[in-house]
Structure formats: structure tokens, C-alpha cells
Design a protein. Structure first.
Ligand code: AMP
Length: 577
């Protein structure tokens, strides 16, 4: 177990060197990684039943072990969660569970967690940091890091459960690891682990201002959280200035442990308060360059910015001003996959180089899934540039040939390991008839509408969708929360634009023959998506892992209710009349 900063004091050139050497020999490293996983877990009931009989080579593994989804593993996972201490999925019994955010699929999933996954987390952080630091060096740095721990609870069987990010933040080695990566959070632990998200967010912002000269990067796990934080800053900056001027924390922060921790760092500083106040008055016209202006020594803004985070990039760029946006790594509660080793590439073009030593990876060609061809997935080094695949993970925490549900595209190779572009979740989002629209299709349609709105200086704060089947034939409903009020004319144009932007042949032909009715745009009141976030937080989600659900299914009645109670305008497309 790594417990001291010294354990993490790594030589960055060595990290790069090691990465180069591992990726040059990715096929061998994959074989070794698989061998180690299978040897360490040979006594696990799951593997014992599959007849591997000690074999650890990829061919035997693929022949004996089936491809599975989370659903297939649930009987095993629930036994673990309920306290069965046998070696079920792993040799060493699992004692901690991660709760995936669940916002992409509707409900949180239980996923086994162990120390090996923590170590791979640190490996991926170190690798991307070593590459990042060559381009944007930071020293003795502090990070304004908007991180939050979700509540940890005991399952029925007495296992500790929390989101994967919470399991990382709570690991005793995490702080040392982040210090070594010059990314130590400027907020005290009581703020990170506080029970109330809004109070923690307020204090993160306050700590950021107090340590403004030392802050060298601004980050969060996902870009959404950074945007949300600075939208909040726009609302509370005057309170923050008052607190700094008087050295007294706002009375809205009521959690005693947070108040005590903050009292140690908050001292009256009228000079700083006046400076920040002056800057905010100047910025408050449109808040362009807020991050750069308030944190003069920040070198970059860092967080996951690809996939479902892309819609927030425009706003993030606005807040960042000239500061570069660097997308963080690619992974999931089920395990890490790839690091961003080309930090200078804009998030829209970013790829993730797979670390061949952190798991065993397979790739199912997407066209074969679509054509329902039952073929063997390809190995890490067998994938082809330009092709799309669904990713399959084997990790050191008891997941074997696990279909993660993400689609990636191979953009190139770093030595012999592929560089992946995240494309989308594999599940279909919108489908009524023969139409097939994914998260990416929705995103593209919304982007087209965004361009229309920009003409009237309007922005989409957030969006989601729903398939309305209560009346035959069904139709798509898109919900927009916007930064201001648009004219009726503009919004109906947006509605038509959305309808026309779903170019999938199944959709277009179904619309033409009225097998799918006119698309509906529903504009919701300001603050609606905040209520949806609050709803998920209430269910135990962590903001650090939050992703706005891009499609709300019929069983998600609470979110549907929040949306429908807040609709202020609705429009029906006339695009196919
Ligand atoms: P969770 O279910 O909360 O563990 O979230 C994991 C999911 O977040 C992944 O399966 C991806 O769909 C998404 N994700 C994680 N990292 C990235 C990334 N760098 N780019 C795009 N999507 C990501």
C-alpha cells in the first residue's frame, strides 16, 4: 500500500519512458496482465466454474469465459453485496463496492472495487500528468479542484459502498498521490467530504479565492461540474467577497465541521476582497475569461471534456478565456482505460492511449454488432484505425470480459497501443419505429439548434430528451433550458431544425409517412436541471461523477415530473408538413 508522498515521488521522465516501453510491447504486456489477473483470482468461484483449469493464455480465456453485461453478473455481485465472504469473483474477497453514477443508464450499478483498482487509478493519473507537465509545467501547485465525496454507506452485508470517485478520494494514499502530482486540492478535507453539496461548492470557491495566487490549475472530474461551479460563482461572488473582507464564513454554511475547518484559513483580508470585487464588477458583463482573471497563475483547466461533456465546452471556454482546456483520462467505475498523452490537442479531437498494463481489453467491431454477427472480439493490438468498437474489459477486481457499453473509435496508435476517441454510450437513446438515434445523434441535433440560438446570443444551459408514446404514433420530445428567453419565431425554427437534424434514414422515412409524429421542443424554466441534479444527489449520486441523463425513460417518473412541471413553452415541428 502506498502511504507516503515519497512513495509517489516519481521521476516524470521515467514514467514517460515506462509508458513508451510498455506501449511498444502492448501485446506481450496484455498477455502478462491477463495472466496475472487470472492467477491472482484462480480460486474465484466464477473462474473455477468456467473450466480454465489454470490456463491463462488469451485463447483459452476467450474460449472458456463468456462475454457478459452487468446484468449477467448481478447474481454474483448481489451475493457479495449481501455479505457472502467467499471468493466469488476474486481470489481475495471484495470488501468495497463502487456505485456507478447511473445517470447514463437510469439507475446506479454496484461494481466491485479493490486496492488494485486504486493503484491503476494512480498509474493513469501519473502517466497523463507526466505528459501534461512536459507541456504545461507546474510546481508547488495547488488545484482548485471541485471534488465531492458522496456518502459512503454499509450494504446489507456490511460492505462499504460509495461512488468510485469517493472510493478514490477516501483512500489513505489519495492525498499523497495528488500532492506528488502538484494537484493538491486547496480546500480542506471537511469541504470535500461535507454532507451538503452546495455548502461544499461555496467553500471550494472561497478557498480558491483565498489561495488564488497559488492555484495552478482548475479542475473537476467532469467538465459539467466546472461549468456548474462558475455559474454558481456568478450568483455568489458578492457573498464570497464579504466573507473574505470580514473573515467570517457566510451563515448559509451550517455544517459545523466545515465551519471549523474554514475558520482556520479564512481571515479578514479587505485588500483581497476589494481586488476580487473590482475584477468581478469588470467581468460581470459576460464573465468572459473569469478563470484566467481570478486565478492569474492557473496554467490550464482540467477535467473530462469528451463524450457527453462536449456540450459544456463552449461555456467552459468562455469562462477559461485564453487558458487551455485539457481533457482528463478515460475510465469508468469498472476500471480505467486510457490516458490523455497529447494534452495540447483540443478536447474535440482528443484521444486516449490505452495503458496495456491496467486491464485486459477486447474490442467488438460495431458493424458486427449492428448486423448481429456473432464474432470474436479483437485484441488490443488487432484493432484497425478508423473503425468503431464496443469496449470489453477484464479488470483486477472481478470483471471478466465485461461489456462496458461504450463505443470508441480507433484514431491511431501510440507505439502499438491504440489511441481511442470516445464516441458514445452504445445503447440507443431514441427509437420508436425503425429509427435509431444515439446520444451522439442527439448531441449533433442540439449543436445545430445551438447555432441558431447563438444568433440571438442565447445559450442552452442543459438538455435532455424523451420518447413520448402516450399517443399513437409516438414522437421525440427535446427539453431545453436556456440562458434567456428566445422569441417564438426563433424557438419554432429551433424545433424544426432539431427535427431535420436527425438524419438517420429510419427516422426521416418514419417522419415522412407519419409513423413518427412531429418532434416537440419543450422549453423549461431556469433552474430545472439544477432540480434534476438535486434529485440524483438525493439518491446518493456524487456531483463528481454526475452526467445529465440525455434521455429520460418512461420509468424515470420523478425526473419526468420535474421536467413537465417546469415547461414554459412548447413547440411542434412543421419540418415534415
Ligand atoms: P460511471 O458510470 O459513473 O463510472 O461513468 C463511466 C462512464 O463515463 C464511462 O463508461 C463513459 O461512458 C463516461 N466517461 C468516462 N470517461 C470519459 C471520457 N474521458 N470521455 C468520455 N466519456 C467518459
Amino acid at each position: 500500500m502506498l502511504e507516503r508522498v515519497e512513495d509517489f515521488n516519481f521521476n516524470m521522465d521515467k514514467v514517460v519512458e515506462e509508458f513508451e516501453s510498455l506501449t511498444k510491447d502492448a501485446e506481450r504486456v496484455q498477455k502478462e496482465t491477463l495472466k496475472k489477473i487470472l492467477e491472482d483470482n484462480a480460486s474465484a468461484e466464477y473462474l473455477q466454474n468456467l473450466g480454465l483449469n489454470g490456463r491463462t493464455d488469451p485463447e483459452s480465456f476467450k474460449a472458456c469465459v463468456p462475454l457478459v453485461t452487468h446484468k449477467d453478473l448481478e447474481p454474483y455481485i448481489y451475493r457479495i453485496v449481501d455479505g457472502d465472504a467467499a471468493s466469488i469473483l476474486t481470489g481475495k474477497p471484495i470488501t468495497t463496492i463502487s456505485l456507478s453514477s447511473g445517470t447514463t443508464q437510469g439507475k446506479p450499478k454496484y461494481v466491485p472495487w479493490n486496492d488494485e483498482l486504486f493503484e491503476t487509478t494512480m498509474q493513469i493519473y501519473q502517466t497523463s500528468f507526466a505528459f501534461r507537465n512536459r507541456e504545461y509545467p507546474i510546481k508547488n501547485g495547488k488545484a482548485l479542484n471541485f471534488i465531492y465525496s458522496s456518502k459512503q454507506f454499509k450494504t446489507k452485508g456490511g460492505l462499504l459502498a460509495g461512488t468510485a470517485t469517493t472510493n478514490v478520494f477516501r483512500n489513505v494514499s489519495y492525498k499523497c498521490g495528488m500532492k506528488a502530482l502538484q494537484s493538491q486540492c486547496c480546500s480542506p478535507d471537511e469541504v470535500i467530504f461535507g454532507p451538503d453539496f452546495y455548502q461544499s461548492l461555496y467553500c471550494h470557491l472561497l478557498c480558491g479565492l483565498i489561495f488564488r495566487d497559488e492555484v495552478q490549475l482548475v479542475s473537476s472530474t467532469f467538465a459539467h461540474s466546472i461549468v456548474h461551479s462558475f455559474r454558481t460563482f456568478e450568483q455568489v461572488w458578492e457573498d464570497l467577497c464579504t466573507d473574505i473582507r470580514e473573515g467570517v464564513l457566510n451563515s448559509k454554511v451550517t455544517v459545523p465541521s466545515i465551519r471549523t475547518a474554514m475558520s482556520k484559513i479564512l481571515k479578514p483580508n479587505p485588500e483581497l476582497a476589494n481586488l476580487v470585487h473590482k475584477k468581478c464588477v469588470k467581468l460581470s458583463n459576460n464573465w468572459y475569461g473569469l478563470i484566467q482573471e481570478i486565478f492569474p497563475n492557473a496554467k490550464y483547466v482540467y477535467g473530462i471534456m469528451t463524450g457527453s461533456m462536449e456540450p459544456y465546452l463552449k461555456k467552459l471556454r468562455h469562462y477559461a478565456g485564453e487558458l487551455p482546456l485539457l481533457t482528463a483520462d478515460y475510465g469508468s467505475s469498472e476500471g480505467w482505460i486510457g490516458a490523455n498523452v497529447n494534452p495540447k490537442v483540443a478536447p474535440e479531437m482528443a484521444t486516449y492511449a490505452v495503458l496495456p498494463q491496467i486491464g485486459y481489453f477486447e474490442f467488438i467491431p460495431l458493424n458486427e454488432i449492428e448486423l448481429c454477427i456473432d464474432s470474436q472480439p479483437l485484441g488490443l493490438t488487432e484493432v484497425k484505425v478508423g473503425e468503431e468498437y464496443e469496449i470489453v474489459i477484464t479488470n483486477p477486481a472481478g470483471l471478466y470480459r465485461y461489456r462496458l457499453g461504450d463505443v470508441v473509435k480507433v484514431m491511431g496508435f501510440h507505439n502499438s497501443t491504440p489511441e481511442l476517441k470516445f464516441i458514445r454510450r452504445s445503447s440507443l437513446l431514441l427509437t420508436i419505429n425503425i429509427d435509431k438515434n444515439t446520444e451522439k445523434d442527439l448531441q449533433l441535433a442540439v449543436e445545430a439548434a445551438t447555432r441558431l440560438l447563438a444568433e440571438q446570443k442565447l445559450e442552452i444551459v442543459d438538455f435532455t430528451s424523451h420518447v413520448e408514446l402516450s399517443k399513437e404514433p409516438g414522437h421525440y420530445v427535446i427539453f431545453f433550458e436556456m440562458s434567456g428567453e428566445g422569441s417564438e419565431e426563433l424557438l419554432s425554427e429551433c424545433c424544426n431544425c432539431l427535427d431535420k437534424s436527425f438524419v438517420d434514414a429510419g427516422y426521416v422515412s418514419s417522419r415522412k409517412v407519419k409513423m413518427i409524429e412531429a418532434l416537440e421542443l419543450r422549453v423549461v424554466r431556469s433552474g430545472t436541471f439544477q432540480k434534476i441534479l438535486d434529485h440524483y444527489l438525493g439518491l446518493g449520486a456524487a456531483v463528481s461523477q454526475y452526467k445529465t441523463p440525455r434521455c429520460v425513460g418512461p420509468t424515470n417518473t420523478k425526473v419526468l415530473q420535474i421536467l413537465s412541471q417546469n415547461v414554459v413553452h412548447n413547440f411542434l415541428s412543421t419540418a415534415f408538413n
